[in-house]
Design a binder for this molecule. Sequence first.
Ligand SMILES: Nc1ncnc2c1ncn2[C@@H]1O[C@H](COP(=O)(O)OP(=O)(O)O)[C@@H](O)[C@H]1O
Ligand SMILES: [Mg+2]
Length: 296
Amino acid sequence: MNSLIEQAAQRLEQLRQAGAEMPETPPVATTFAAAQTPAADAPPSALSRRVEIDLEALALAGIVSPNAPRSQIADQFRVIKRPLISNAMGKGPSMIANGNLIMITSALPGEGKSFTAINLAMSIATELDYTVMLVDADVGRPSVMNMLGLPIGPGLLDLVADESQDLSRMLLKTNIDKLTILPSGTPHARATELLASDAMTRLLNDMAKRYADRIIIFDSPPLLLATESRVLASHMGQIVMVVRAQKTLQSDVAQALATIEACPVKLMLLNQARTVAKGGYENGYGYGYGYEQQQA
Ligand SMILES: Nc1ncnc2c1ncn2[C@@H]1O[C@H](COP(=O)(O)OP(=O)(O)O)[C@@H](O)[C@H]1O
Ligand SMILES: [Mg+2]
């Protein structure tokens, strides 16, 4: 049997010959479809998309990976994830509304949001704690797929632009059982408006309800450059604000924090703080433990 992609190409050709005006197929969609074509006799469940993360490459890139469980980065994220998991899964009167929706943001670009979001997702998923959905919501500068060495393809923006699409079919399964990914999707001229739209709000509510037992991590746009990030923040149960040590101005941090005041749980993570090891050597870059939690 032909692959899905060949079938799609044939169908397009038939339509073209019939005189239909067809948009150019974006090359990204092609790359993606090739990686996800199910076997001809695959059962319906196997139709959901699946991608393979190169775990060796991940470990080499200094990212948390099941192949390097004893690494320094793995240790750091064990500490970082603990309060987030307990807030997300907290039960009883202290339960935080939408506590399982966790936004990773920062005041400005380049502070380490994507690096943090990926490591956090990997850390929670690889230790089999909980099922994690990693959403690339930084639609202006998406980088999750690139950092994980995965082909780009449809995702969040496609779901928001066309509400008839089903979230579960857009999710990517990975070779890490407990990790699914929602890519940022097909680039869209009005991407930022879409992120702040009512359709996005409906999608977030749907996610929170349908996947209440999962931890959903949003790699998000920076707060001071993107107002849609503030809209996104208003739906989150927890926000991790990444601050790049020795670079971001205190006034920018304060201004960014002011925009997310309403979120029940805010944590600040100092990234790339230089730490000095016992022998006096500089320990390179890493996460400092400037970890602060404010809970309303
Ligand atoms: N703690 C860290 N250790 C090593 N590299 C890091 C760290 N934090 C960020 N980086 C690197 O710095 C660059 C910017 O980080 P990134 O996560 O892409 O920022 P943002 O998503 O906030 O724009 C990336 O190349 C990333 O891999
Ligand atoms: Mg990023």
